[in-house]
Write a protein that binds this ligand. Structure first.
Ligand code: ZN
Ligand code: ZN
Length: 231
């Protein structure tokens, strides 16, 4: 089926899911939208995957945070109002058509990074939130990435507390709110593994920090984060 759909895509170009007007370039967004939805360039921050604005290997935003527990970061887009709109559509309106675009873009970046991964996992939602929303977008993306790249998907984290909405909290309050918010399951599997951890938007990194710490304290060899954008 996959081969058939790939052949069909080659002959019948798809409509760009962002503007719904032009045809896509190589199955991603159209050329016009690729300009509106910029990706980080060659020199990226080791902590968030965004463009570097300093001569160091960490950007000025990440310089203000505690050192990250993960070893590398992959970021798909540089944040702007178009990317913000894309993320909202994808996150809250369950825009499935964006998923394959994002997974394709993620798989290119994973290949370019030359980092070895044993498995891909996602930041879980609290089960009440999951029930309310009906899906976890990060898990859907992680599973899609697993299909495209051949890296296995594994559910490794559980959200312990029903954390308060983070939006109105300061950086320090966010860290406190999320400390110990995750625990890992499947410890026997986690040990010595290089794990790719998927989340949506990197704001202060508190969620990613708490989840990475859970994986590393269970014996993971390394954690690399993959996010849609850095705020
Ligand atoms: Zn377009
Ligand atoms: Zn950074």
């Amino acid at each position: 089926m996959k081969i058939i759909s790939q052949v069909l895509n080659y002959f019948i170009p798809e409509i760009c899911p962002y503007c719904q007007e032009n045809f896509t370039e190589n199955g991603l967004f159209c050329a016009e939208c690729l300009v509106k939805l910029p990706a980080p360039g060659q020199n990226i921050c080791k902590s968030c995957g965004g463009d570097l604005d300093l001569i160091l290997d960490i950007c000025s935003k990440c310089m203000k945070e505690k050192p990250a527990p993960w070893s590398d970061a992959i970021c798909l887009f540089m944040m702007n109002s178009n990317v913000q709109h894309l993320v909202e559509q994808y996150k809250y309106n369950n825009k499935i058509e964006f998923l394959s675009q994002m997974a394709d873009s993620a798989s290119h970046k994973i290949q370019d990074s030359k980092i070895h991964f044993d498995c891909v996992t996602a930041i879980p939602l609290h089960f009440m939130k999951h029930l309310y929303r009906g899906y976890n977008q990060s898990a859907l993306l992680a599973k899609r990435i697993a299909i495209v790249t051949g890296i296995g998907y594994k559910n490794l984290l559980v959200r312990r507390k029903f954390t308060k909405t983070q939006t109105r909290l300061s950086g320090e309050e966010r860290h406190k709110n999320l400390k110990g918010a995750f625990f890992s399951k499947n410890k026997a599997f986690i040990e010595k593994k290089d794990i790719l951890l998927v989340d949506d938007v990197f704001t202060t990194g508190s969620t990613l920090r708490s989840a990475s710490e859970a994986l590393l304290s269970s014996g993971a060899n390394s954690v690399t984060i993959l996010v849609l954008a850095r705020r």
